[in-house]
Design a protein. Sequence first.
Length: 263
Amino acid sequence: MSGPINRTILVLDIEGSGRRSDVEVAVLRRMMYTVLRGTLAAASVEASEYRTEDRGDGAFVLIDPSVPKPQLIRALLTHTPEQLYDSNRLASASVQVRLRIVVHSGEVTLDEHGALGADVVEAFRLLDTQELRAALESTTEASVLCVSDAVHRGVVRHRHPGIRTEHFHRFVTEAKEGELAGWIHDPRRVGHTPSAERPSPVQSAPTDTPSAPADPQTPAMGGALPTMRIGSGNFFFGTGAHIAGDAVAGHKYVGPPRGDTEL
């Protein structure tokens, strides 16, 4: 058994494979591997730079740390959906592939049976979250990408070319090992703020300007009338409103210099 090495972890799962016949699953698997190989080639990942383990209705891929993660994420966001679209439009409904995809990064140990490590487990926990399943169910796209907190912190948030940070949305869920966080790519949610996160309405700052006394010539309207002070005078609003004192708008004098002017 070798010591742990930091690797990029890529896991994929075919939606609804349990509802398909064995013949249909065999077709889905071939299509998934075609898309996977095409995506890795688009990301300039050489055959010697990754290893794949089959998961029945999905795949588990370990990619060498020498491969830049931004180019892998760009390929998953662009090439993968295009390949899936081209494959699905020629396939019958029973063998159309829709994928949940997770990219993680962490320490992985290899032994004679395969890969192991807590980060491998975390990648599969993210793949199985209800949040990621719901994101795929709610879209007409054939794939949904989720990145781990580690990948978002180290790659996505730095706005590398072709990676739109604002298209990734964080979620937190409970896994067997405790709280688990991830970031789902969903451009439809840009600019949407859940009501629970919206800021409270801005309250008007209180004013300590005293209200003007009620004018005896102003008819009563259920109490004191609202006023607005302009220059050295007051506007009284209501029936028979008038200006008391001097009113100045900008640099132009309005009204007589003294007394009250009825509007």
